[in-house]
Design a protein around this ligand. Structure first.
Ligand SMILES: *[C@@H]1O[C@H](CO)[C@@H](O)[C@H](O)[C@H]1NC(C)=O
Ligand SMILES: *[C@@H]1O[C@H](CO)[C@@H](O)[C@H](O)[C@H]1NC(C)=O
Ligand SMILES: *[C@@H]1O[C@H](CO)[C@@H](O)[C@H](O)[C@H]1NC(C)=O
Length: 477
């Protein structure tokens, strides 16, 4: 109803301007113009008001970038008083054009999209449903590009041998990576054996600098304090010995890091920070070291093998679960708010029961940021078939170029921690089943394998690199 009317107004106006003199006279009557204009403004605000309301609720820079949380759920479940100030702001913004009348309508639209009765509304609702339920933004584009990526992407890795002094940092490990930062080692191990490797720099799309931030941190010769110097020296070496770095200032180079010390590792290598592709777990829009449009988010995954039992939705009696160190404002708030609750289990510190049991018996598993936006909890949730609830503002979520996060997760702004139960209970059991079955569909993207498997975390990272491959495709000199 809304958008088409805007269009038809436009075409009518154009028509009236060119061919129909009497229409022109009619539409140019000041009274009509004023009336029409206010209608269009009214419809425009109406049609865009979901976004509008979200922004007014929690205006933050991240709203511009972050995959929007499941807007429908959030809006439909807000505490009546919580949205009070939206109305105030809406009214003050729109009072000039006199559209406060739509605010009531909009509430209705937000709270029950499905109750829209006009055929037009129904149609749109179905469209939305299909859109919102697919786990990919555009499955067709992704599948096509993915195949092309597999055929064409070529990576040149700066060569390092096992005899080198820093082989521990530069050469892929032979053992199976483990622990919290395994993603870094898994990636390198998988890449080195993959079909993407080329020995010929001339045919490379991208150049990989294989230093491991996690290994540097553990290397006594370097340590946390020496990482910045190491990286600066490394860039000095490769740019002196090879022509590839200088050619683009590092724009077609990348490194991969999962440990959060990586976020300051490039402080003495500005070109890396500003030009190279940083594939990192600490992917926060708020960190000066992370540049969202050029860098890529690496999922932090605690590696596990095989499939856990009973990961379906039937045995999940508990609403939501969190356990972990209380080392951030968000976690303090979370635990303080929900520690006595019978439905949301928020536990400070280690559990006495097996962690896996809790992930298997909860409907939602909370990923609350700690020191950093990233933890292995999203990977944990997905592995155990639990719908992740992301409480980490400014987190550039992994693979968000491809994956439609709102189809398999709930993203909640940290200021809404007190509304958590309301938000989660506002999700119908039908909607939950969709979220959970989508979790089962995206699980494979968050798993590492010693021999990579199609669409697993390794191939997804490669795809992210493919999307960011340099625009500089010609040998310039
Ligand atoms: C909403 O706010 C009003 C006044 O600000 C208060 O009297 C009322 O109890 C609140 N309602 C709820 C459900 O908290
Ligand atoms: C790249 O640039 C640096 C700094 O200007 C210079 O020292 C180095 O020799 C250059 N490398 C090559 C291979 O020319
Ligand atoms: C939780 O329970 C403890 C002990 O009964 C009580 O002291 C505390 O105030 C409660 N906290 C909340 C947030 O309700």
């Amino acid at each position: 109803m809304d958008r088409p009317s805007l269009l038809s107004y436009d075409s009518q106006r154009r028509l009236s301007g060119s061919s129909s003199f009497s229409y022109k006279g009619f539409f140019l009557t000041p009274k009509w113009l004023a009336l029409l204009t206010s209608y269009f403004i009214l419809f425009y605000i109406y049609s865009t008001s979901n976004i509008f309301i979200r922004h007014l609720l929690h205006p933050s820079p991240s709203d511009l970038f972050q995959p929007p949380p499941s807007t429908i759920h959030l809006i439909s479940t807000f505490h009546p008083n919580a949205s009070h100030h939206i109305h105030d702001s809406l009214e003050s913004i729109t009072s000039e054009v006199g559209v406060n009348v739509i605010i009531g309508e909009d509430e209705e639209a937000g709270s029950s999209q499905s109750q829209r009765s006009s055929s037009n509304g129904e149609e749109r609702e179905n469209d939305n449903k299909e859109e919102n339920e697919d786990v990919y933004h555009d499955r067709g584009v992704f599948e096509e590009e993915y195949e092309e990526m597999k055929r064409k992407l070529k990576i040149y890795v700066y060569p390092h041998g096992k005899e080198e002094a820093f082989a521990n940092v530069l050469v892929a490990v032979e053992y199976e990576p483990g622990g919290n930062y395994a993603s870094e080692s898994y990636f390198k191990k998988a890449l080195m054996r993959s079909e993407f490797i080329t020995e010929d720099p001339a045919e490379a799309d991208l150049f990989f600098m294989p230093f491991s931030i996690a290994s540097l941190r553990h290397d006594r010769r370097v340590g946390v304090g020496g990482i910045q110097d190491f990286v600066r020296d490394y860039i000095g070496q490769i740019s002196g010995k090879y022509p590839y770095w200088n050619r683009t200032g590092g724009a077609d180079h990348f490194y991969v890091a999962c440990h959060s010390v990586g976020r300051t590792a490039m402080e003495k290598a500005a070109q890396v920070k500003f030009n190279a592709i940083q594939v990192v777990c600490s992917s926060s829009y708020f960190l000066s070291g992370y540049i969202a449009h050029k860098d890529a988010s690496l999922p932090q995954i605690w590696p596990r093998h095989g499939n856990p039992p009973n990961i379906g939705s039937s045995n999940r009696k508990r609403l939501a679960f969190f356990a972990g160190g209380v080392n951030s404002r968000e976690r303090i708030h979370l635990v303080k708010t929900w520690k006595n609750d019978t439905e949301i289990f928020a536990h400070a510190g280690r559990l006495k029961t097996p962690y896996a049991d809790e992930l298997l018996r909860s409907k939602y598993c909370l990923h609350a940021k700690g020191y950093e936006v990233n933890t292995a909890r999203i990977g944990d949730s997905l592995y155990y078939g639990c719908v992740p609830v992301v409480l980490a503002d400014y987190y550039d979520l992994p693979f968000t170029d491809v994956l439609n996060w709102k189809s398999f997760s709930v993203v909640v702004n940290a200021v809404d921690i007190p509304l958590l139960k309301k938000v989660l209970k506002g999700i119908t059991s039908q909607e939950y089943l969709t979220l959970q079955s989508n979790v089962m569909k995206v699980r494979k993207h968050f798993q590492w394998h010693s021999t990579p498997q199609d669409f697993d975390a390794f191939y997804m990272v490669m795809y992210e690199l493919w999307l960011r491959r340099s625009s500089i495709k010609f040998p310039l000199y």
